[in-house]
Each structure stands twice: as C-alpha cells, then as structure tokens.
Design a protein around this ligand. Structure first.
Ligand SMILES: NC(=O)c1ccc[n+]([C@@H]2O[C@H](COP(=O)([O-])OP(=O)(O)OC[C@H]3O[C@@H](n4cnc5c(N)ncnc54)[C@H](OP(=O)(O)O)[C@@H]3O)[C@@H](O)[C@H]2O)c1
Length: 278
C-alpha cells in the first residue's frame, strides 16, 4: 500500500516509519505537508495518490492549547476536514489518531467507543471536532489512544528519566488514571488495522491501567534507578488545562474488528526499556 504520513517528526510517526517498512511510505517534511495550509494538503495528497493517509500531526501541547485555541482548532480540527476532503477525492482511507481526552474523566469503568464524549480542555474539544471532520471521509478509521511515549520523543518516560538523572526528588500525580501506550505497540496495531481494512472508531491503548505515579514507579523499577519518588494530587499542581481524572479506554472492539495486538502497559514498558530499538 502507498501510505502518506502527516506529522513526520512526531513520536508516533517515527514508530510508524520503523514498523510499516514493507509498505510504500511517503513521509513529507512538515514544511511540505503543512496542515495549516489547505492547498498544501490537497496538492500533496493528489500528487501522492495514496491508498492510506495516516495523520500523526496534531497540536499536542495540552496546556498551550488553552492559550492558543485558534491554532489548536486549525491543526486538530479544521485541517482534518481538509485531509478528509483530499482523501475522499482519492478514495483513500484516512486514519486519524484521537485521544482519551475526549472524555471528561468522571467515568468509573473503561470508556467504550459509544460512550458520550464531553471534553474538558481545548485540546480535547478540538480533537473531538477532528474526529467529526475525519468522519466526513467515506473511508475513515479513528483510533483513540492515550499517554503515548517511546524511547524517543518528548514524553513522560524521557521527562522522568532525565529529571531523576539530575538527582531530583520527584512528586508525581497519583489521582489521574489511564493507560500508558507505546508508540511502537500502537504502530503495529494500526498497521494490522490498515491491512485488515478496519473502519469507524476504535480504542487503541495498551491494556490495563495505572496512575502517572504508578507509571513513574514502574519506569524506575524497570531501569533499576533508585529515585526519591512520592505521590501527590492533581490539585497540588494546577495547570492551565484540566485533565480527565479517569480516562481508561475499553479495547474490546479491537477483537471484534480483527487481530488485537495491544499488549499490557507494563509489558510494553519493559519492551521499550529492554529492547535495543532506540
Ligand atoms: N502524546 C500523547 O500522549 C497522545 C495521547 C493521545 C493521543 N495522541 C494523539 O496521537 C497523535 C500523535 O501524537 P504524538 O505524541 O506523536 O505527537 P507529537 O510527537 O507532538 O507529534 C505531532 C507532530 O505534529 C506536527 N505538527 C504540528 N503542527 C503541524 C502542521 N501545521 N503541519 C504538519 N505537522 C504539524 C508536530 O510538529 P512540531 O513539533 O514541529 O510542532 C509534531 O511533529 C496525535 O494526533 C495526538 O493528538 C497523543
């Protein structure tokens, strides 16, 4: 399959490039496939003639989205509509990556795909609008994921390891629950999803759940680092954006659609820590 990837330098895009190597990947620089420019999108998609367009680009800085709502709307929502139009013209499958932050976090069991959404941040609201825009393309797959990280990129794992490496004591919130998900596990699942022709909305996170504090503890244990780590509450560290307190996603639809490849979050962490794939 010819696959066009938007958001080339992001952490998920890097995992896709490593995992989907047996497909014909077209990965333009972000200055070429610039999602803020409608014409750039239509030109690149028309010239590339892809079977699949995988949108890994987004305005992902959740706190900055609060003060830069217009830019968040443009990249996370409006541009997805332009991608959907361009894909429709080529009869391509649009794969849009979305987020657990479309939920408000008041749930008490893992959220299913058909549970009502109610985002509590600009990021969540614009990503939800992005889902609606993606669904304008007849052939679309919207894959919601959460707490993405890997050995590369700006993410919680690297932030924790760097902070601990400086000998700092760390306090990490212990009252937000979710599922840390590795980019490589998501990339493998998306590859199978594209090959099997999944469509619609699907939750694609690693299995199980923890808190940010539980995740940090597991990281330091796996790396054999002795760190002065203690739990704290979200209220102790106010941030511009509100985050859902509980954003675990139910993944049972994956097995209905086809091959469910998502590992447990802890096994996925160990794969990242132990594997040479950096
Ligand atoms: N990270 C998470 O925890 C998480 C959780 C749930 C869902 N997701 C979703 O998963 C997807 C991948 O996220 P990620 O973690 O890989 O994010 P990432 O590392 O921040 O990558 C996003 C990429 O999009 C690029 N981008 C921003 N504006 C652009 C534009 N106008 N044109 C083209 N590219 C542009 C960014 O470039 P610059 O860096 O130069 O701005 C960046 O390289 C996103 O849809 C995100 O919303 C992420």
């Amino acid at each position: 399959m010819r696959v066009l990837i938007a958001g080339a330098s992001g952490q998920l895009a890097q995992a896709i490039r490593r995992t989907w190597q047996d497909h014909d990947l077209v990965v333009p620089e972000e200055t070429v496939l610039d999602l803020s420019r409608r014409e750039a999108i239509s030109t690149v998609v028309a010239e590339t003639r892809p079977q699949v367009v995988l949108n890994c680009a987004a305005f992902t800085q959740v706190d900055r989205c609060e003060s830069e709502a217009e830019q968040a709307q443009l990249i996370n929502a409006t541009a997805v509509g332009w991608l959907a139009e361009a894909c429709e013209a080529q009869n391509a499958l649009l794969i849009q990556i979305s987020t657990d932050y479309v939920f408000d976090g008041t749930g008490t069991r893992p959220y299913r795909e058909d549970d009502p959404t109610s985002p509590v941040s600009v990021y969540g609201r614009t990503k939800l609008e992005g889902e609606r825009q993606a669904a304008r393309c007849s052939r679309h797959l919207i894959a919601r994921t959460s707490w993405l990280y890997d050995a590369w990129g700006k993410n919680f794992l690297n932030t924790m390891v760097n902070a601990a490496g400086q000998g700092r004591s760390l306090r990490v919130v212990d009252d937000q629950r979710g599922a840390p998900t590795t980019c490589r596990a998501l990339a493998r699942q998306l590859k199978v999803a594209a090959e099997e022709g999944w469509q619609g909305l699907v939750h694609t996170t690693c299995q199980g759940e923890t808190t940010w504090h539980g995740f940090a503890k597991a990281i330091f244990e796996a790396k054999g680092m002795a760190v002065d780590l203690s739990p704290c509450a979200t209220a102790d560290y106010p941030t511009p954006a509100t985050r859902p307190a509980y954003s675990v996603l139910d993944g049972s639809r994956r097995a209905i659609l086809g091959c469910d490849l998502m590992p447990g979050w802890h096994d996925a962490l160990l794969e990242v820590i132990r594997a040479d794939w950096k």
